[in-house]
Design a protein around this ligand. Structure first.
Ligand SMILES: [Zn+2]
Length: 403
């Protein structure tokens, strides 16, 4: 089941990886369990080693679980998250205004959260995603979706059936891929000569600034900044012409890269590259410090909450991948329940600790003393939604605090 990338850097292709830390053993972060499996069910856990490339500075996970194991049945339907619906609505408008495309292809399209607003703007779309259950949802919305990988074959099929593409886009799916070069080769095949690729990826700068080790789970393989992404794009005939940081997932990098080598970058590219240089974002010592601070934070939360959990009732809030990381890294098996509004997760059990996941109304019926906000990046939204709660909120990151 386990694959390996042969310890070559995913950005520059060199064998210069240096070990930073191991966040394992961890179960699959999105492997929410059915309660029918029974209390004795023991799911598999895996190591989670994080490395950095000494040549280009790309921080990357080196333990690869094949994508068809992770994503074929996927419990993350983007359109169930209001915040993401709004994000992709804005992104669709942004693409229209910036690039004015007629035909857009999105890889890793999930349930069509971007395709639907693009279509409403009069843009033809085609989505590609390997998750059968999620592409079924997209198809039921009347969207044009291919179930499979976005590779050269699929790119040729799209070009044959629908014509050449103006924009290829992917949000988050790009760093999920062990072989991002296959996506770039496919984009080269699908795009017109003056076409663009747009990417939104979790930003290594935000990861560093906010100590987001909890987003380093098995699905996420590469933690790009503009400097490292540019190394990869250049190898496959693209160069970045625009870059900005957007709020999604506590800080993501959005770039536009051109296929036409004569297209000039706007000033945002040089500005962000200079900022990254000043931050030391591709430096070994920067990430060694990150690794040390992460280990300290895990220890502190484990000790403080462990004491609290002996005589207080604690629930969690937000059963996304980050929550799996917190409950397993900090051994939070005493949490009574974790609240989540997604019907794909509520009613199931957390990976590893088997904590029951419940809908928000269960919280109102039986409020605990403390709520640990495992979805800490959505804390403001959660707190305003549950403003009736009179107990204490625990926000574990970027720094542990009680409210
Ligand atoms: Zn490298």
């Amino acid at each position: 089941m386990i694959d390996s990338n042969g310890n070559l850097c995913r950005a520059c292709g060199r064998a210069e990886l240096e070990f930073l830390l191991d966040l394992g053993p961890q179960p699959l972060a999105g492997g929410f369990l059915s309660p029918d499996l029974g209390p004795k069910f023991h799911e598999q856990t895996y190591p989670l080693p994080i490395h950095i490339c000494r040549t280009c500075g790309l921080v990357q996970s080196t333990f690869v679980i094949p994508a068809d194991h992770l994503f074929v049945n996927y419990f993350f339907s983007s359109s169930t998250v209001d915040y993401l619906v709004q994000h992709f609505l804005n992104y669709a408008t942004w693409i229209k205004e910036k690039l004015d495309p007629q035909f857009v292809v999105e890889f890793g399209c999930n349930d069509g959260i971007l395709l639907a607003p693009l279509e409403r703007l009069g843009i033809r779309t085609c989505g590609v995603d390997i998750s059968h259950n999620i592409t079924d949802i997209a198809r039921k919305k009347g969207l044009n979706v291919i179930t499979g990988y976005f590779n050269v074959d699929v790119a040729q099929q799209i070009r044959r059936e629908h014509g050449a593409v103006d924009v290829v886009t992917g949000s988050n799916a790009f760093p999920h891929n062990d072989h991002p070069e296959e996506i770039l080769l496919a984009a080269q095949e699908a795009l017109k000569d003056n076409g663009h690729i747009c990417l939104e990826v979790m930003y290594a700068g935000s990861l560093l600034e906010q100590l987001q080790w909890d987003s380093m789970y098995h699905e996420h393989l590469s933690y790009f900044c503009l400097s490292t992404l540019e190394v990869l794009l250049n190898r496959f005939g693209f160069h970045t012409v625009h870059a900005e940081i957007v709020p999604m997932h506590a800080g993501s990098l959005r770039i536009v890269a051109a296929k036409d080598s004569n297209e000039k970058p706007d000033p945002t590219v040089e500005m962000l590259l200079s900022k990254e240089e000043a931050m030391g974002l591709t430096k070994l010592e920067t990430w060694k410090f990150f690794a040390k601070t992460t280990q300290r934070q895990i220890h502190v939360v484990k000790e403080i909450l462990g004491d609290l959990g002996k005589d207080k009732r604690i629930w969690g809030y937000g059963a996304a991948g980050r929550a799996t990381m917190w409950v397993n890294a900090c051994k939070l098996n005493y949490l009574e329940a974790i609240v989540d509004a997604s019907p794909l997760r509520a009613g199931r059990l957390m990976p590893g600790t088997h904590t029951p996941i419940v809908f928000p109304d269960a919280l109102r019926m039986n409020p605990p003393d403390y709520i640990l906000v495992t979805a800490w990046n959505y804390f403001d939204t959660i707190r305003s939604k549950e403003s009736w709660f009179e107990g204490i909120w625990i926000v574990p990151a970027p720094h542990l605090h009680f409210i």
